[in-house]
Design a protein around this ligand. Sequence first.
Ligand code: BTN
Length: 249
Amino acid sequence: LAVEYGCEAPFEIEYHDSVASTNARARDLATEGASDVVVLADEQTGGRGRLDRAWSSPSGGVWLSAVCRPALPPARATLLTVAASAAACGAVREAGVDARIKWPNDLLVPDADYERGGRKLAGILTEMEGEAGRVSWVVVGIGLNANVAVDDLPADATSLLAERDGEPVSRRRLVQRLLERFDDLRDDPAAAREAWRAHAATLGRRVRVTLPSETIVGEAVDVTDVGALVVETGDERRVVTAGDCEHLR
Ligand code: BTN
């Protein structure tokens, strides 16, 4: 795998042919004091998604986790998720696939037959630890269905292989561009927010956001620099920091 990649990235890369979860491995490295390291695997046997879901990670995908130590208060650490989704979307678009970001950080490929606005190409799982009001580490995990057959993925998912009509993508170039963009955006909240907005599928749409204690329905009008969604419900403007979002039209 290291030979296939061999890329000049702004991070040190630890390669695995197979690992349980790159996020779990990255968390271990973070706990040992590592920084600016990326764990990259061809296959995960226990990939994790948001909300404690399993994440299908067959061989051929891009499953990676970056260990970062930003000088940020914990409430702003989601900046890195905004930067990562914008970076992944930009890298995928360079590979010729029209991906858009569904809030908070899913990459979708539009599909006319699919009522929620697209098929899922990638997702991001960010984990962090902080103490005394500072972040000690953040692990940003990106799962991108690259050279993977759709038959090996959940029903609402797609892959770059499928979207490129069976032509495999260069994972080396994809990862290199993704990490370069992420490195540029992670220290620049305004640029990360602009890049996110430029690729957004959610802005301007009617959405239903499910929070632990309530459901908000309204028009998604903006995203803040820490990635919170601004929803106009008719009588008020709500700023939502986490939740499950459905596109209604
Ligand atoms: C989601 O639910 O949309 C987030 C999916 C995140 C998957 C990636 S794959 C690399 C990293 N390792 C994991 O176990 N999960 C993340």
